[in-house]
Design a protein around this ligand. Sequence first.
Ligand code: C2E
Ligand code: MG
Ligand code: MG
Ligand code: MG
Length: 280
Amino acid sequence: EARSLGRGGIRFFDATMQAALEERVRLEDWLHKALPDQFRLYYQMQVDGAGAIQGAEVLIRWLHPERGMIPPSEFIPLAEETGMIQPIGRWVLETACRQLKAWEADVAMRHLKLAVNVSARQFRQEDFVREVLDVVRATGADPANLKLELTESMVVENIDQVVDKMATLKATGIQFSLDDFGTGFSSLSCLRRLPLDQLKIDQSFVRDVTENANDAAIVRTIIALGQSLGLEVIAEGVETAEQRNFLAVHGCANFQGYFFSRPVPLDDFEQQFSAARRHP
Ligand code: C2E
Ligand code: MG
Ligand code: MG
Ligand code: MG
């Protein structure tokens, strides 16, 4: 380990650190060449209480020619650190908005909404609002079908600026969801000020909700909080019928998780949607 006093004196570096650093340099190098060919958007359906598909969350996938699928947990933090998140985030937004525009030509699909994850660095950018408005205008997507997912850590600092940014986008019809809700430290007074549309219960509370009394209490509290603030509540990470039923009984009306579907490529999502319409 670095700077530990070994018998031979001070060691600054060991093989594990060396390997981690090399991996980082390699990923960073690859990341610069990845856009846009190696990225895909996967779509994970979001359903209402009757099981009807309301839309999807779009989740980025990096298909590296040698390495295969690299999960977002391995490259989003690196992309944030290096600033690559800006072109990547823009690509995600553009791809999602182009898809919304394509669906809008189809009466059956025009109501579908897409939820896009926004990273902290992307949101903090001075021209974030202009970028989103540019993309919406350029693609012609109906902003009412676009939902942006923020996390608590992004909204607790500079609350006035955050509220301004959100309000400008919200005035065009864009919606906001607070992702991973319950894992951060946003206060109730902060929550009250944000022009949100939706709270998304973090999957860590959903996982054991039917067995763990504390998780069950947290989930019921989040649902009640959402209801009293007039916000829609969606649960992520729903994997079983028991979890879905618990959530539904306690007033959660929107769901996302492997119980309904894993994130899938566009074609598969469209097939899921048309199959659900044929056999509702
Ligand atoms: P997130 O936004 O909270 O997304 C939910 C994650 O949970 C996704 O992981 C999804 O595949 C996974 N998931 C969905 N249903 C279930 C379930 O029933 N059980 C379990 N165990 N997991 C489930 P994924 O796709 O690996 O994404 C991880 C995180 O990476 C996301 O968390 C989000 O923070 C970030 N991310 C993904 N795509 C993007 C993107 O386009 N832009 C940005 N900035 N971040 C992204
Ligand atoms: Mg999300
Ligand atoms: Mg989430
Ligand atoms: Mg999450």
